[in-house]
Design a protein. Sequence first.
Length: 165
Amino acid sequence: MRRHNTEFYKLVIDILNNKEFNKLKYIDHHGITRYDHSLRVAYYTYIVTKKLHLNYKQATKAALLHDFFTDEVSSLDQVSKLRKHPHYALENAKKYYELSAMEEDIIKCHMFPVTLTPPKYIESWLVDFIDDVAAIYERSFTLKNELSTSVGVLAIALINFIGIR
């Protein structure tokens, strides 16, 4: 991510300075921290939605908050974690921020089709896709088999092909 993108950081600085959100720096997620994963998803969401002239401000904020949960799912099995964590992330986000209908939709639908509720907005669909690509990319560094590495390389190639840097 490019640290010099001033507009991006102005959009998310209040979230990045939130004490509760900063707890995500200590939670493993796809082989990196949940904080770093969320920041990656938000940054690519910002780039893509801005290039497409969509509501990049709301999409970026919601993308950063899409995994804003700490230990609420620790006792759940893997499938339940996948299905329920958007609900916990949305509830946490609402504790600290006033969210638009679009921002709520982005957070609660970012795991479609696992969560069964389809997104209502194009921005929601894009965050769902970007989150998947980021997760595949991140997991490719932690998994030792060739298949996951190949998928990560394909994800990077896709990002480069559509001009995201």
